[in-house]
Design a protein around this ligand. Structure first.
Ligand SMILES: C[S@@+](CC[C@H](N)C(=O)[O-])C[C@H]1O[C@@H](n2cnc3c(N)ncnc32)[C@H](O)[C@@H]1O
Ligand SMILES: [Zn+2]
Length: 294
């Protein structure tokens, strides 16, 4: 259960503080009022309160927003992704994304919302000087705890990004979805006009060698064009598109992580094929989109 309760009326006798620069909204069903920070609590004007977890994140998840006890990516997948990013396998991807994530002096203090931020490596890698204006959202408690530990100066929220996003209308300047969630109408709602959205999805040849060897499904499926069409129809114009590609030699441990973190967790029947895999050259690929809200 989220730590939510009604605050005594006395609360209103105290001054409210803003939550950094973010305009987060209450997630109690049909409330959606703005949340304001009072020390280690977020409070809305209807009196709903959310305590800050000791690890520093805010739990805005409602019981109806989760289908299981531990929603979001499994602990195994989160830890595999964490190790993978620590190996540095996404470093050149970060450099490819960087030009789209530069905040000019004119736009100082523009807010970034990262949907499905995971264990939180991309935030500080791309927005290191903008902790006050960065907010990561993830459904996995394990992931958001790791993220909050890694970059405590930023804002981290446990919430379901497939529901109503916990951000005010037109309050965000940049939405980032890196292999994460894409609730299109909600992205449009929270972005300011002219705000941008950065999307990354796995490329059709991502991990193709492993999929062929271990899972024996070498199917190639490109997703970005459909996503670009869907987002265009919702009022977001494609400004740029890139394909990121890298080839790395992976040791067996890294191969197991690569499979575990990409929802392609190895089934029992595939385990023996995975055990037999030696160090292998593997393709990493992603399609990247830069969109602008009309
Ligand atoms: C493939 S990971 C990507 C994480 C991070 N963006 C990265 O690239 O390292 C997808 C993330 O989305 C999260 N997720 C899944 N469903 C979600 C939802 N409905 N709302 C928010 N996050 C969700 C998972 O817990 C996981 O951390
Ligand atoms: Zn409320």
């Amino acid at each position: 259960m989220p730590k939510r309760r009604r605050c005594p009326l006395l609360v209103y006798a105290f001054a409210f503080y803003n939550l950094g620069m973010f305009q987060l909204r209450c997630t109690v069903r049909d409330c959606q009022q703005l949340l304001e920070q009072r020390e280690r609590e977020l409070v809305c004007h209807a009196g709903h309160c959310f305590d800050q977890a000791k690890q520093g994140y805010w739990n805005l998840l409602q019981p109806q927003d989760k289908k299981s006890k531990n929603p979001g990516d499994s602990e195994d997948a989160v830890l595999a992704r964490h190790r993978w990013l620590q190996y540095g396998h996404a470093n050149s991807l970060i450099e490819t994304l960087r030009p789209w994530c530069v905040t000019s002096d004119l736009e100082a203090n523009s807010r970034t919302l990262d949907l499905g931020c995971g264990e939180g490596s991309f935030g500080p890698a791309l927005f290191s000087t903008e902790a006050n204006s960065y907010c990561g959202i993830d459904l996995s408690k394990r992931a958001i705890k790791l993220a909050a530990r890694g970059w405590p100066e930023a804002t981290w929220v446990l919430a379901n990004a497939d529901r109503v996003l916990p951000a005010a209308d037109q309050s965000v300047h940049r939405v980032v979805s890196l292999f994460g969630r894409r609730p299109i109408s909600e992205i449009h709602r929270v972005l300011v006009p002219g705000g941008i959205c950065v999307v990354a999805v796995p490329g059709e040849d991502d991990l193709i060698e492993l999929r062929e060897q271990v899972q024996q499904t070498g199917q190639r499926r490109s997703r970005w064009e459909t996503i670009a069409d869907d987002m265009s129809h919702a009022g977001m114009e494609v400004m740029d598109q890139k394909h990121w590609h890298s080839n790395v030699k992976l040791e067996p441990d890294a191969i197991a992580d690569a499979l575990a973190m990409t929802y392609r967790a190895v089934r029992h029947s595939q385990k023996s094929r995975l055990d037999a895999v030696q160090a292998t050259n593997v393709t990493l690929a992603a399609d990247l989109l830069l969109l602008r809200r009309n």
